[in-house]
Each structure stands twice: as structure tokens, then as C-alpha cells.
Design a protein around this ligand. Structure first.
Ligand code: APR
Length: 262
């Protein structure tokens, strides 16, 4: 697929009203958070996700899943959003006249921590826990909670508020993500191997509904043949450069001033 100049992308941003940034673990790689499937460091190349990140695994051995996710949470809390997260937050701020939405598969909360206000976490968050029976109990995950505990309201197990393998996504969140995707003028697909359903349908739905699909990934993915543009770059470098380009020239609001023509 052709790559494209930053000027061309900024020019597309000029005309866009709805922008979506769809992110995966590759965006947090520069924060020191391992991705799931990249080479020797990929988390799933070192531990079986069915053992440490599936609902069956949790019901079989709650402590093992809790401990594995707690060590991931402690790593996330020790690191911080990188230049890519910060640039995407700046993009939302400088494109204030447009609707910039982040749809993320990541559970690290880094987009919100970097300043993005419109974030849909389709796989939940590692920063909260909830009652497994969904009785209504929910709380922030106090890292001192070293092991799973019974729901104080109903006694069912308390578990991290994220989507484990074998579970459905939160319908309301995914419906909002789908709505944003099919109304997007530009859909950036960043740092994801597009492996996990149903999140991977979002870029395809966006493309089918007329969005320009821009993939940002140092490596090809199953989306590459379909993407309008594939940027073979790290996420931080690309979005920091894009924001620099946008800030070096005033973005048009995307609305013509008809009075000037009348
Ligand atoms: N910038 C951009 N992309 C990068 C970078 C980087 N610096 N480093 C790696 N990548 C790309 C890799 O080329 C790969 O395509 O990020 C992608 C990471 O893929 P995965 O590890 O599979 O992560 P992800 O696609 O987010 O996984 C999706 O799978 O395990 C589940 O719920 C989990 O949300 C996760 C989902």
C-alpha cells in the first residue's frame, strides 16, 4: 500500500469531521509495556492466556489469574503514557472543532491519563474490579488487594473489570465504538495485529462505510491489503510528527465559510 506524506494526512484532517484512533498494544510498547504477540517478548509467547487471562482460567484458579493480572497492573502503574499517547491527546485538543474518538483494545488507561476525553475501552480496564455476578459492586483495584475476595454485597467472586478470553464485550461500549467507526471520515488503526474478534471488525466497518483507513504499524497486518495507507512506523514517531505538522499550520475547521462566498 502507498505510504503517504504527513502533509497529505493533514490535508485529509482538514476536511474530516469525525476522526477515530483505534489502538492496540503496540501503542504502549514505547512505554515499556510488552505487547501480546511480538517475538520473544510477547506476553502470550511466554504464558498461556487460557491460564492467566480467560474466564475459565479465573473460575478454575482465581488466585493465578488475579496474581498475573496484578503484576501487569503494577507494571502499568509504574510506567506512563508515551509520546504517542500524548500526541493523540494533543490531536483531540487541537482538532476541537472535530469529533476525535479513541477506541482502544488496551486496558492500561494510558489514553485517558495522557488527556484524551473521548475514549472507548472495548476490552475494559485493569484499574477497576467488579462483582463477577454483576450485582452492582465495583471499585478501583487497590494494589494491596493481593488476592481475589468475595463481593461484599453478594458474596460472588470479585474480578478485574476487563474482558477476559471467553467473555463477550460490554454491549453498550462496543455499540458506541461501532457507531463511531461507521461515521468516521478518517480511521487510524494503530499498533494492533488485528487478531481478536470482535474488535477487529471495527476498521473493516469503518472502511465499508467510507472512511479513509490509515494503518500505523512497523509490520504488515491482515488489514494492510485493505488499508488506504500503511505507515510503516512506530506509533509514537508517527503521531508526534503528525501533531507537529498540524500545529505548524492552522487546521481548517472542516466547515466552509459560506458567507465568504455569498
Ligand atoms: N508502534 C506501532 N505498532 C507497534 C509498535 C510500535 N512501536 N510495536 C509493535 N507494534 C505492533 C506489532 O507489529 C503488532 O502488529 O503492535 C501490534 C501488537 O499486536 P498484539 O501484541 O497482538 O496486540 P493487540 O493487537 O493489541 O492484541 C489485541 O489481544 O490478547 C488480546 O485483549 C488482548 O487487546 C488485546 C488483543
Amino acid at each position: 500500500m502507498p505510504s503517504m506524506s504527513l502533509e497529505a494526512i493533514v490535508s485529509m484532517l482538514d476536511d474530516a469531521q469525525q476522526v477515530v484512533v483505534f489502538s492496540g498494544a503496540g501503542l504502549s510498547a514505547d512505554s515499556g509495556i510488552p505487547t501480546f504477540r511480538d517475538g520473544a517478548t510477547g506476553l502470550w509467547n511466554n504464558v498461556d492466556p487460557d491460564e492467566v487471562a480467560s474466564i475459565d482460567g479465573f473460575l478454575r484458579n482465581p488466585r493465578r489469574v488475579w496474581n498475573w493480572l496484578l503484576q501487569l497492573k503494577n507494571l502499568v502503574d509504574d510506567r506512563r503514557p508515551n509520546a504517542g499517547h500524548q500526541a493523540i491527546a494533543r490531536l483531540e485538543a487541537i482538532c476541537a472543532a472535530k469529533q476525535v474518538t479513541v477506541i482502544t483494545q488496551n486496558i492500561d488507561g494510558y489514553h485517558a491519563r495522557a488527556g484524551n476525553e473521548h475514549v472507548l475501552e472495548v476490552h475494559g480496564t485493569i484499574h477497576h474490579v467488579r462483582c463477577h455476578r454483576r450485582c452492582g459492586f465495583a471499585d478501583s483495584w487497590d494494589h494491596r488487594a493481593e488476592e481475589p475476595y468475595p463481593c461484599p454485597a453478594c458474596g460472588a467472586p470479585v474480578r478485574p473489570d476487563l474482558v477476559m478470553f471467553g467473555e463477550a464485550l460490554e454491549e453498550e461500549v462496543f455499540a458506541a465504538a461501532e457507531a463511531r467507526s461507521v461515521s468516521a471520515d478518517i480511521f487510524f488503526c494503530v499498533g494492533t495485529s488485528l487478531t481478536v474478534q470482535p474488535a477487529v471488525r471495527l476498521p473493516m466497518w469503518a472502511k465499508s462505510a467510507g472512511a479513509v483507513l490509515v494503518e500505523v504499524n512497523p509490520h504488515p497486518t491482515p488489514l494492510s491489503p485493505t488499508a488506504d495507507y500503511s505507515i510503516r512506523s512506530g506509533a509514537s514517531q508517527f503521531f508526534a510528527a503528525l501533531c507537529g505538522e498540524v500545529e505548524s499550520r492552522p487546521l481548517q475547521t472542516g466547515k466552509r465559510d459560506d458567507r465568504a462566498i455569498a
